[in-house]
Design a protein around this ligand. Structure first.
Ligand SMILES: [Zn+2]
Length: 370
């Protein structure tokens, strides 16, 4: 690959053009933020007055446990916020500052949650997870918004019973919409190859799979979740690739944004509740399981579970996520995306994430049902 000035300029131009409609290019948050305003498709266009700051770079919270200085436990809750230590106690979680008044760790035998005061993300079992509101501290209490407790922390630590019999897989783009491009490689081709492998793995495990496309054809965004709905799919998983400059690498999984909240990366459109919000908790759980597999098994850098009202997510009538399985333009991710063996690992991890979600929700005992 020649790295001439011209090649770089033409790549940026292509990226800028693509990002007008391609959520994948737009999600490249680490660089070229000005090209990064993926707009949700077909949401009523009320302009937001606030701009959301892109999440800070992955600052991995240290999880070294220090048991001195136990954070305060109270039952108080300010409006819309809860004392997260009190919440954790209900799940048998011990709380400890790993950095006094800065980093709080909650843990029990199965889950470790790390929260940084002032940050809008958590680490859940070492997976970065975007929150809707900043973690706050007031009167010695660590406060997390009730919405984040319900759609992130509780969603993962205390899942609801569900069944997964039919899975809809949506290979991003197709036909006249190639998605992101790099050096002759097209996102639409790679997503289809990955999706077909995911299908085979799931079918071998006895799961019925619906594909929104199996050939190189053009499809609009609305049709994709509709196909899933018409075929009574229990979950919807859209597969895409990101694009930005060569130093942007890593995986991220999107769910639609909980009602009223600002998305993780800049978003335009209404923040009103949509059909997809009915599944906020399940969306989060599914995203977490897929992100975790991709980070652990493919060694992708962890860009986190994120929130955005994307066209295939916000109006979807079942738990739904959009996987950005690496950067087609990323110097590290290309090694994974352009090699058949490595690509198979990505497909396997997405499938294992789905199977892990399935096992989790199906093994919830009826007594634990909410
Ligand atoms: Zn895409």
């Amino acid at each position: 690959m020649k790295n001439t000035f011209l090649t770089r300029i033409s790549f940026l131009l292509i990226a800028a053009v693509l990002c007008c409609w391609n959520p994948c290019v737009a999600n490249a948050a680490t660089t070229k933020q000005q090209t990064g305003t993926a707009r949700p498709v077909s949401i009523p266009k009320k302009k937001q007055t606030q701009t959301t700051k892109t999440q800070a770079a992955t600052s991995k919270a240290t999880t070294k446990s220090t048991t001195q200085a136990q954070p305060k436990v109270t039952t108080d809750s300010t409006s819309g916020y809860q004392n997260v230590v009190t919440w954790g106690k209900k799940h048998g979680m011990r709380a400890a500052w790993t950095q006094k008044n800065k980093t709080l760790r909650l843990s029990n035998d199965s889950t470790t949650i790390v929260l940084n005061i002032g940050a809008r993300h958590a680490s859940i079992n070492n997976i970065k997870f975007a929150l809707c509101q900043n973690v706050k501290m007031s009167g010695g209490n660590v406060l997390v918004s009730t919405q984040d407790i319900n759609t992130a922390l509780e969603a993962i630590t205390n899942p609801r019973k569900n069944a997964v019999r039919i899975v809809a897989i949506d290979p991003g783009h197709g036909g006249s919409q190639p998605g992101a491009k790099y050096s002759g490689k097209l996102e639409k081709d790679i997503t289809l190859m990955i999706a077909k492998e995911v299908r085979t793995i799931l079918q071998n495990k006895g799961v019925k799979v619906i594909m929104t496309r199996t050939t190189d054809r053009t499809m609009d965004l609305k049709t994709r979740p509709k196909i899933a709905e018409q075929n009574h799919a229990d979950i919807f998983v859209s597969i895409h690739l990101n694009a930005a400059a060569a130093d942007a690498n890593g995986v991220e999984v999107f769910t639609t944004t909980p009602a009223g909240a600002q998305s993780t990366t800049p978003d335009s459109g209404s923040t009103a509740a949509t059909r997809g919000n009915k599944y906020d908790a399940a969306n989060a759980l599914l995203a977490y399981h897929i992100q975790r597999q991709l980070v652990q098994k493919v060694q992708f850098s962890d860009r986190g579970v994120k929130r955005k009202r994307l066209g295939v997510l916000y109006d979807t009538a079942m738990p739904a996520v959009l996987v950005e399985a690496g950067f087609i333009s990323g110097s590290k991710d290309q090694k994974k995306l352009f090699s058949a063996a490595e690509r198979s690992k990505i497909a396997k991890s997405i499938a294992e994430g789905i199977l892990s979600y399935k096992k989790t929700v199906e093994s919830v005992k009826p007594a634990e049902k909410h």
